[in-house]
Design a binder for this molecule. Structure first.
Ligand code: DGY
Length: 325
């Protein structure tokens, strides 16, 4: 008998066939996200779940007495209560590596778009307007040779450092608990204190996972330390930033602008003041959203799922369980 699993979002035929070869499965085929009540119903008799993101807490676990693995199709896993899952011997997995380049590409896009005001001026042209020679309004900020400060130098941070240093001749500073010798050697990145990064950078990028420690890591005090024309870029998680403090810093011209792929509340509230600021570039949490990256993430998550329900060791476990070590 094959183990029973539930696929909580439509996946490609290739991924579906891979899961089908190893498991009995049902799949949510709706275009909208799976409703919570349907999910809670479907997990009652399965050993494995594959899902873009699930809030795995006490209620969830109570509904899924046979669950052995929750395989996230995402790299961030702040919605998993990993201690609770470990207590119940439920494995959590995620999908690192396969999206690093894709997210790094978007970050460069956000940086260029905000510095050169591409999305703002795109709207301008589409309104039938054109530039006036040397009108300061059109004179934006250089990216090349500027200083980029990366807060959280993980794999994605290093990919950004590579692009910034080798492609744009940028100086790269970083703040990270542990040094990243490869980034230092290859891309000239310099390890600094958080304060130095905030004070010296033209572009400040937060690339940390959301944890209790990184919640509101950047707030009023940190914005005040930034250069007056610094551009703040956040493609990680909205709650890493105290959003009202960001709004206040932008309104008071304490920083030059922001480029945000994530928000404290998602979907973002249409009344959020950030949406009406010309010096703020926004995207709807699309860091890993290319067809190839999402397919690679789904396949990696499927491999983790199958390993988890067939007694193997999934490659991308978020917290080691004793029986796996
Ligand atoms: C991730 O993989 O964590 C992306 O941010 C999508 O949530």
């Amino acid at each position: 008998m094959k183990p029973k699993v539930y696929i909580a979002k439509p996946v490609s035929e290739k991924v579906e066939n891979y899961i089908a070869a190893h498991c009995d499965y049902k799949m949510w085929r709706g275009e909208e996200n799976i409703p919570k009540d349907v999910l809670l119903e479907e997990i009652q008799d399965v050993e494995g779940l594959i899902i873009p993101k699930a809030k795995v807490d006490k209620d969830f676990i109570k509904n899924a007495p046979h669950l052995k693995i929750v395989s996230h199709i995402a790299v961030g896993y702040e919605t998993l209560d990993t201690d609770l899952m470990a207590e119940h011997e439920i494995i959590g997995t995620h999908t690192p590596y396969v999206l690093d380049d894709t997210v790094a590409d978007l970050i460069l896009g956000l940086m260029l778009s905000s510095a050169r005001r591409i999305s703002q001026l795109d709207r301008y042209v589409k309104e039938g307007k054109w530039n006036k020679l040397d009108d300061p309004f059109f004179l934006s900020k250089d990216v090349h040779h500027a200083t980029l400060g990366i807060i959280g130098m993980g794999r994605i941070g290093e990919e950004v450092a590579k692009r910034a240093s080798l492609g744009f001749d940028m100086n790269v500073l970083y703040y990270n608990r542990s040094p990243r010798p490869e980034a230092e050697e290859k891309y000239g990145a310099e390890k600094k204190t958080m304060e130095q990064v905030l004070k010296q950078s033209d572009f400040v990028l937060t690339m940390v996972p959301l944890t209790d420690e990184t919640h509101h890591l950047i707030g009023e005090k940190e914005f005040k330390m930034m250069k007056k024309d610094a551009i703040f870029i956040n493609p990680s998680r909205g709650n890493v930033v105290d959003e009202p403090a960001l709004i206040q810093a932008l309104e008071a011209n304490e920083i030059g602008g922001a480029a945000l792929d994530v928000f404290e509340t998602e979907p973002v509230d249409p009344g959020n003041p950030l949406l009406t600021m010309d010096n703020v570039v926004t995207t709807p949490h699309i860091g890993s959203a290319t067809a190839d990256a999402r397919e690679a993430m789904a396949m990696k998550a499927a491999e983790n799922l199958v390993a988890g329900v067939t007694g193997g060791k999934p490659e991308n476990v978020v917290k080691e369980l004793s029986h796996l070590v």
